[in-house]
Design a protein around this ligand. Structure first.
Ligand code: CDP
Length: 261
């Protein structure tokens, strides 16, 4: 990875003196990255996890990092308007993604896997992710992981900012009704009852904030493949992404299990 100051982004392909060969493969010139972006509750996590399983790639949940940083701010009683302090809260956070976020998510040594899914953390993560210093701190960590292993990375800015040269970019969308239903079911499975209309409003508010922020707004990269999951089953959307990945050079189940991070 080389930093391109004119465009304020990182370019892969001409790393700073590092060999191009990925450490885990002797046949590839670089590790493969599949970027999955899209609005809230569009099916990114489910799709990304299952695609990673099928390909034997590491799954990286970038949203879990924003959520963990937000939880840290809440616990430290940092006002969400104090943008300068929020930057430091994220920089100093020790965030661990066991298995890229598939296993436990830890914050400063504590397991926060469940805590980061609480509605107040969701709302705070949306506000915190508008702060450039927060994004800088977390994007750096996402690149460190994605640079070293074949991975499926999900988020809002993966194909546009974090890995602009990703081998495959997917932009997932679904209707607001469908997304609210999915999030409602997900929360119910965790024992959190919530009103369907309130969830729809919350999702729309986060989408609005994500798409209108100045730093790394949510948008489809020009070269991303648009996949509307509204009428698709999970198996269908996973099959679709896996076939696209194979067409771009991925080999299904090339390596067993994912590495730990
Ligand atoms: O699963 P859901 O779509 O509800 O959210 P998430 O992916 O866990 O992300 C939580 C919040 O972090 C989002 O509302 C975004 O504001 C922010 N985020 C971001 O700004 N950039 C990313 N790459 C990932 C998440």
């Amino acid at each position: 990875m080389a930093y391109n100051p004119r465009e304020d982004r990182w370019d892969r392909g001409n790393p700073l003196g590092r060999p191009l060969t990925a450490p885990l493969s002797s046949t590839r010139v670089h590790n493969l990255i599949i970027a999955i972006d899209g609005p809230a509750a569009s099916g990114k996590s489910t799709t990304a996890r299952l695609v990673a399983d099928r390909l034997g790639y590491v799954y990286i949940d970038s949203g879990a990092m924003y959520r963990a940083a937000a939880l840290r701010a809440i616990r430290l009683h940092v006002c969400l308007e104090n943008r300068e302090r929020l930057g430091r809260v994220a920089e100093d956070a020790e965030i661990g993604l066991e298995n890229g976020g598939r296993g436990a998510v830890t914050l400063d040594g504590e397991d926060v896997t469940e805590a980061i899914r609480a509605p107040e953390v969701t709302a705070a993560s949306s506000i915190m992710s508008t702060v450039p210093a927060v994004r800088r701190a977390l994007v750096r960590r996402q690149r460190e992981i994605g640079e070293s292993v074949d991975s499926v990375v999900e988020g809002r800015d993966i194909g546009t900012v974090v890995f602009p040269d990703a081998d495959l970019k997917i932009y997932l969308v679904a209707s607001i009704e469908e997304r609210a239903r999915r999030r409602h079911a997900e929360l119910a499975a965790r024992g959190t009852e919530a009103d369907l209309d309130a969830i729809a409003r919350e999702i729309e508010e986060r989408d609005r904030r994500d798409s209108t922020r100045t730093d790394s707004p949510l948008r489809r990269a020009d070269d991303a493949v648009l996949v509307d999951t509204t009428g698709l089953s999970i198996a269908e959307q996973v099959d679709k992404v896996v076939s696209l990945a194979i067409a771009r050079g991925a080999r299904a189940e090339e390596r067993g299990g994912a590495s730990e991070h």
